[in-house]
Design a protein around this ligand. Structure first.
Ligand code: TYM
Length: 374
C-alpha cells in the first residue's frame, strides 16, 4: 500500500493509515457531538466514509464556546474532475450549511504546473476555469466562500508564504514527501502554499479532504503555533475506489477508472455495466445460492458512500444482493440511475452558477482581495 498526495496504490488499510499518520478515528461519541452541533446526521459520517480526524474535538470545543472556526479545502486543476473529487466538496457544503462558517477553496495551478512534467500554463488555466465552475456548482454560500487560484492570489500572501517557507527545512519535506535531488525547486517550495490558507483566520481551521492530503497538515502542525496560529484540524475521508476494484483510488490518470462529471448518461451506464467490479458470482446458480460478496463489490460500495442515502433502502439492497435474490445487473442499473440523476442536477446547477461571486464579488471574496498577509 502507498498513500501520498500524488499516488494511492494497493489495497488501502485505513486502520494502518490512522496509525502511521498519527491521526484519530472518529469515535462514536465525537461523531454524535459533531452531528448534535450540526443539528442533523450526515450520510458520509454515518457510513464511516469520513472516518479519521485531527483535533475535531477542539473544533467542537471552540464552536460550543462561541469562538467559531472556518473551513478550507482545495483542488489541483490537472484536468477535468471526477466524481471522487466532488465528494469532499459535498461534505464540506454540508458543514458550511450547518455551521454557517467561512470556506476557502484553493485552486493549485502552481502545484500542477511544477509537479507535472508536460504541464503548460495555458492548459492548466483552462482546467482551472472549468474546475472552478464545477466547484461553484456544488452550491456553497456565495458570501461566505472564496475560491482562489494560487498564481492570482499570490500578491496578497507572498510575505506570509515566505514566513512559512522559512520555517520548513528541506530535510522535513524530503522526509514527508520523498523529494529527491531531481525534484524541481518549485515543487519543493509548493507545500508552503498549501499550508498558507490554514493561516487565513485566527480561529481554528478545519480541513475536509481525503486522507492523502494529510502529510501537508503534519508539517503545518509543527510550525503553526510558532507563527501565532492554531495547529490545523482535519477531517479525513477514505477514497472512492476505482470502478475496476478495491485497490488504489479513482484516478485522474486512468480514464476508465472514473466517472467524470462531464460523462453523459449513456457513457455512465456503459462504464458501470462494463467496468464496475462485481462481488456477484460468475453463474446465476452460484449467485442465487451464495449471494454477492459485498465487501469487494464496487457498485454496492458507491451506493453506500453516498448515492443511496436512505439507510433502510441500503439495508434492503444488502440483504437482497448479499443473499443472492438480487443480481449484479440490477445493482448496477440502480447505481447508474442514481449517478445519472446526481450528474444531471450538477450539470443544471453548473449552467446557472455565478462563478464571479465566489472568486471576486461575494462578501468574503471582496474582503479577501483587500487583505494582505504579512
Ligand atoms: P486533488 O485535486 O488531487 O484532489 C481534490 C480533492 O479530492 C480528494 N480526492 C478524492 N477523494 C475521494 N476519492 C478519490 N478517489 C479522490 N481523489 C482525490 C482529495 O483528497 C482532495 O480533497 N494538492 C491538492 C489541492 C489542495 C487541497 C488543499 C486539497 C490544496 N489545498 C486542501 C484538500 C485540502 C490536490 O491536488 O487535490
Amino acid at each position: 500500500m502507498a498513500v501520498t498526495p500524488w499516488e494511492v496504490s494497493g489495497r488501502v488499510d485505513y486502520d494502518k493509515l490512522v496509525k502511521d499518520f498519527g491521526t484519530g478515528r472518529i469515535a462514536p461519541a465525537l461523531r454524535a457531538r459533531l452531528e448534535r452541533n450540526a443539528g442533523g446526521s450526515n450520510v458520509m459520517l454515518r457510513r464511516d466514509y469520513f472516518f479519521s480526524h485531527r483535533d475535531l474535538d477542539l473544533v467542537m470545543d471552540d464552536y460550543e464556546k462561541g469562538k467559531g472556526f472556518y473551513l478550507y479545502t482545495g483542488r489541483g486543476p490537472s484536468g477535468p474532475m471526477h466524481i471522487g473529487h466532488l465528494i469532499p466538496l459535498i461534505f464540506t457544503k454540508w458543514l458550511q450549511d450547518r455551521f454557517k462558517v467561512n470556506l476557502y477553496i484553493e485552486i493549485t495551478d502552481d502545484e500542477k504546473f511544477v509537479c507535472k512534467r508536460e504541464a503548460e500554463w495555458g492548459d492548466i488555466g483552462k482546467y482551472a476555469d472549468e474546475n472552478i465552475r464545477d466547484i461553484a456548482a456544488v452550491g456553497f454560500d456565495p458570501d461566505r466562500t472564496f475560491i482562489f487560484r494560487d498564481s492570482e492570489y499570490v500578491g496578497n500572501v507572498y510575505p506570509m508564504l515566505m514566513k512559512i517557507a522559512k520555517k520548513v527545512t528541506y530535510s522535513t519535506v524530503k522526509a514527508v514527501f520523498g523529494f529527491t535531488n531531481e525534484t524541481n525547486i518549485g515543487f519543493i517550495f509548493y507545500p508552503a502554499y498549501q499550508i498558507m490558507p490554514t493561516l487565513f483566520e485566527k480561529g481554528r481551521c478545519l480541513i475536509p479532504a481525503a486522507i492523502d492530503q494529510d502529510p501537508y497538515w503534519r508539517i503545518q502542525r509543527d510550525i503553526a503555533e510558532s507563527l501565532g496560529y492554531h495547529k490545523t484540524a482535519a477531517i479525513h475521508s477514505k477514497f472512492l475506489s476505482p470502478l475496476q476494484g478495491a485497490e488504489g483510488k479513482m484516478s485522474s490518470s486512468v480514464r476508465e477508472s472514473a466517472i467524470w462529471l462531464e460523462d453523459d448518461e449513456k457513457t455512465v451506464r456503459k462504464k458501470i455495466m462494463k467496468y464496475a467490479f462485481s462481488g456477484g458470482r460468475s453463474t446465476l446458480e452460484e449467485q442465487r445460492k451464495l449471494g454477492a460478496d459485498l465487501s469487494v463489490d464496487v457498485p454496492f460500495q458507491w451506493l453506500s458512500v453516498l448515492f443511496e442515502p436512505d439507510d433502510g433502502e441500503l439495508k434492503r439492497i444488502a440483504g437482497e444482493y448479499g443473499s443472492g435474490r438480487m443480481l449484479t445487473g440490477e445493482v448496477k442499473e440502480l447505481l447508474a440511475k442514481k449517478l445519472n440523476e446526481f450528474l444531471a442536477e450538477h450539470r443544471e446547477r453548473k449552467k446557472n452558477v455565478d462563478v464571479k461571486r465566489y472568486t471576486h464579488t461575494g462578501k468574503l471574496a471582496q474582503e479577501m482581495w483587500k487583505k494582505k498577509y504579512v
